[in-house]
Write a protein that binds this ligand. Sequence first.
Ligand code: ZN
Length: 150
Amino acid sequence: MRKDRKHKSVETHRIVIDYEEDLSDVEQKFYSDLKKDKISAAVCKKCRKVILPPPPYCPYCSTRLKPSDLVSLPNSAKVLSQTVVHYPYPEDFPLSPPFSIIVLKIPRADTSFIINSKRLDIYLGDRVKILPKRQKEKKGDITDIDIEKF
Ligand SMILES: [Zn+2]
């Protein structure tokens, strides 16, 4: 006779891996431009896709992207998706809950752009202005971007 079973799970280990990541030259230029209030995207020389933020290689055709491939984009966007996070992220995450994860469509970009914001009043379909943070709040990373409703 088969006994009824109850599924159980036990977490015995948590693995934390510390690592450093070298930024590619195109990523370094993107963050350097961000410090100067410019939002730059890479235009792939082979497939002509406009990619933001620029990775080391084109996600469409794998062509290596270079700092000379960067162009400035407009600072306006449309909200494609938004969710509010109420649970804490890992310790080194720059925002504490609640915060929003917002997916933006920036004109000319072929990729969507995801930002995290303390703003909780941004919704699907909103038009937003992308603003660099004030100089003293800048860290030279992706959190230097904030948004404001039009
Ligand atoms: Zn490409």
